[in-house]
Design a protein around this ligand. Structure first.
Ligand code: 1GP
Length: 250
């Protein structure tokens, strides 16, 4: 049976064609700033708040960030963990994810084995997701010991995604790396989307309405943006990106 947050995401995708989720990196913000980002993003039309980064933050800080976001907005909070330390009891859900192109079994299944009992204990809703790092890969690629799929090899990214789907993952995330110079190319999004039939998440380096529109037109169901939320004109940028996503609707 699908959990509440997963159902909500699927319903929003069905109703809107594609949706936007805001990523808050707890390494970079204090709780009040996280709350403000969440409020502003919510008023711009984001569907959920993801919380996670590529390196370590203390459990106490992560908990404080999640609690501040929960107090500020009613949209779902979804953890985006890079390790077992990315789990907070205060979130609604967690991307229960495997880094499909890691060469280290720890990121394929090891961390998940350590984390699963905590997810259960905290009553977090696990949402199964296959994570594929592409292009530059960024910090996530280095920390996760991934062999990033080059942008010139869309068919390889699609093979990873399809393997994830066949293993039972409910979502596939094509990650270009936070702050990537170039977002995942539409051609890669299109090739992946043509092979899978689970929702496709795309993120990394998306900064403009046009880039968001290009990804959604190529088949992305969920657009993630993180970095732009730290800019002074973040509210406007998130609004622009969401209007780009909406303009893809036929
Ligand atoms: C990173 O895909 C996300 O995990 C978001 O990337 O920070 O570049 O928006 P940006």
């Amino acid at each position: 049976m699908l959990g509440r947050v997963e159902k909500y995401l699927l319903e929003r995708i069905r109703a809107s064609g594609a949706i936007h989720i805001t990523l808050v990196d707890p390494e970079k913000v204090m709780p009040p700033q996280a709350a403000l980002i969440a409020e502003n993003s919510k008023s711009s039309g984001t569907s959920a708040i993801m919380i996670g980064g590529s390196t370590f933050v203390s459990q106490a800080h992560l908990d404080a960030v999640v609690k501040a976001i929960k107090r500020a907005v009613r949209i779902p909070t979804i953890l985006f963990p890079n390790n077992v330390t990315g789990i907070s009891r205060y979130a609604d859900a967690i991307w229960f994810m495997s880094l499909l192109n890691s060469v280290d079994p720890y990121f394929l299944i090891g961390a998940q084995i350590l984390g699963a009992p905590l997810v259960k204990k905290y009553g977090l809703e696990p949402i199964s997701m296959g994570y594929v790092i592409v292009g530059e890969g960024g910090t996530a690629g280095i920390i996760g010991k991934a062999l990033p799929v080059p942008y010139s090899k869309p068919e390889l990214a699609a093979a990873h995604a399809l393997a994830g789907q066949y293993l039972g993952m409910h979502f596939i995330y094509l990650e270009g790396g936070s702050g990537a110079k170039h977002p995942v190319p539409p051609e890669m999004v299109r090739t992946v989307k043509s092979l899978i039939n689970v929702p496709l998440i795309v993120g990394g380096g998306i900064k403009t309405k046009e880039q968001a529109l290009a990804a959604v037109s190529a088949g992305a169901d969920i657009i993630i943006t993180g970095n732009i939320t730290e800019d002074a004109d973040a509210k406007q940028k998130v609004s622009d990106i969401i209007s780009g996503i909406k303009s893809s609707k036929p």
